[in-house]
Design a protein around this ligand. Structure first.
Ligand code: GLU
Length: 422
């Protein structure tokens, strides 16, 4: 990518801005994060040496409620990426109409190089470093790339130790036994499935057994592969950071998931064969292409070779704004990340509510409330896209911008003060 992620993200706002009813001052507030914290986390390694890891926590906006967003552990994490991801969370929580703002955190580390004990010390060290910046009413972390329930459990426990009381609502995506909620770990893929079902034939052209390629076989990608295979889609390709696996007749997803959990990767797969170049997955002739890994997978350099009818963004920011223009011209539909992957943060909201109520929600309640919200917000985005004749992404940004603008203007704007009205 030629320029910063944040600059690229700003172009989404620019595309929606002429259509959105939002004041200039609200836009000015959204252009900068509320706070951005850089910390360093010293970790004692198993061999006795000390390593210091850079960590980040960004609160982009809190107008509609406390900041909300995950923590990722990845070598690519830096301040620019964390601010961008926090910025996207502001729009994601607004589009889902959740009482949250946007935040994000991360540590620059390759977690695959750490032992379990080192990973625990790093997770606890992160919370110790950002403890003053997070809290159930200020900024609520959750899992993101390469963090999971176990990590959230350590983090909640560390926060409880620091505050000398249990504060389960400070973090979501916890293990069930520590106040987690049933259905959180499948929430991102469940949410994406509801969006895909709701948009239905417009995405697949009514193909009988629509073909799907999924880039990324982590929590969201692997579960979505399974759900789509169960839903009569033909999953013809999946990939992770080590291999891309292809079978035009359809892959055995159950076998691949088992293989990945046993060996840690998709290499030497029990179903399908490995593509020589994993990038080929992106240009296969399929109805749905699902990038579910990292930002920037589809860019200016490969967008014109995409043969998919529709791209469903399960990762955050997998399509750059330059690629968007190329895809739009070629008639490739894009279901935007802030809608398609919003199931995770939606169930995080339920977990936070559950913790604050001191209650236990059932899986059936979580599932039906998730479906209802995903379907409802998808319908609103689709209606706006038709009404204003704009792509789904622009419609999603307009809807989010208008909700954010309304909240910001509710405390008064320039007009209120000029007119002196009460
Ligand atoms: N990391 C997820 C996301 O990007 C979930 C965030 C959350 O649950 O707060 O949406």
């Amino acid at each position: 990518m030629s320029d910063s992620l944040l600059a690229d993200a700003g172009r989404r706002l620019d595309a929606a801005r002429p259509e959105a009813r939002i004041s200039e001052e609200a836009l000015a507030r959204l252009s900068q994060p509320r706070s951005s914290l850089k910390v360093s986390i010293p970790v004692r390694m198993d061999n006795g040496t000390l390593k210091v890891f850079p960590g980040y926590r960004v609160r982009h906006n809190s107008t509609r409620g406390p900041a909300k967003g995950g923590i990722r552990f990845h070598p690519r994490v830096d301040m620019d990426e964390t601010i961008t991801l926090a910025y996207w969370m502001t729009f994601k929580t607004a589009i889902m109409d959740l009482p949250f703002g946007g935040g994000k955190g991360g540590v620059t580390v390759d977690p695959k190089t750490l032992s379990m004990a080192e990973l625990e010390r790093l997770s606890r060290g992160y919370v110790a470093a950002v403890a003053d910046a997070i809290g159930p009413d200020t900024d609520i972390p959750a899992p993101d790339v390469a963090t999971n329930e176990l990590v959230m459990g350590w983090m909640a426990d560390e926060y409880a130790k620091i505050h000398r009381r249990s504060v389960p609502a400070v973090i979501t995506g916890k293990p069930l036994a520590l106040g987690g909620i049933p259905g959180r770990s499948s929430a991102t893929s469940d949410g994406a499935l509801h969006v895909i079902r709701e948009l239905g034939a417009t995405l697949t052209g009514g193909a009988e057994e629509p073909r799907v390629a999924i880039q990324g076989f982590g929590n969201a990608g692997a579960q979505l592969a399974q759900s789509l295979a169960d839903d009569n889609y033909r999953v013809v390709a999946v990939s992770d950071s080590s291999a891309a696996v292809h079978d035009p007749e359809g892959l055995d997803i159950t076998a691949l998931r088992k293989h990945k959990s046993e060996t840690g990767s998709l290499a030497d797969p029990p179903s399908g064969s490995e593509l020589d170049d994993p990038e080929e997955l992106l240009i296969l002739e399929v109805e749905l292409l699902v990038p579910a890994a990292l930002e920037g997978a589809i860019h200016e350099g490969n967008a014109d070779r995409i043969q998919a009818r529709t791209i469903v963004e399960v990762a955050n920011g997998p399509v750059t704004s330059a690629a968007d223009e190329i895809l739009d011209e070629a008639g490739v539909k894009v279901v935007p990340d802030i809608l398609a992957n919003a199931g995770g943060v939606t169930v995080s909201w339920y977990e936070w509510v559950q913790n604050r109520q001191g209650d236990r929600w059932t899986e059936a309640t979580v599932r039906s409330r998730l479906r209802e919200r995903m379907v409802n917000q998808t319908q609103q985005v689709r209606a706006l896209s038709r009404e204003r004749e704009v792509p789904l992404r622009t419609a999603a940004w307009i809807l989010a911008l208008e909700r954010l603008g309304e909240a910001m203007d509710a405390t008064g704007n320039e007009r209120t003060f000029r007119s002196g009205s009460s």
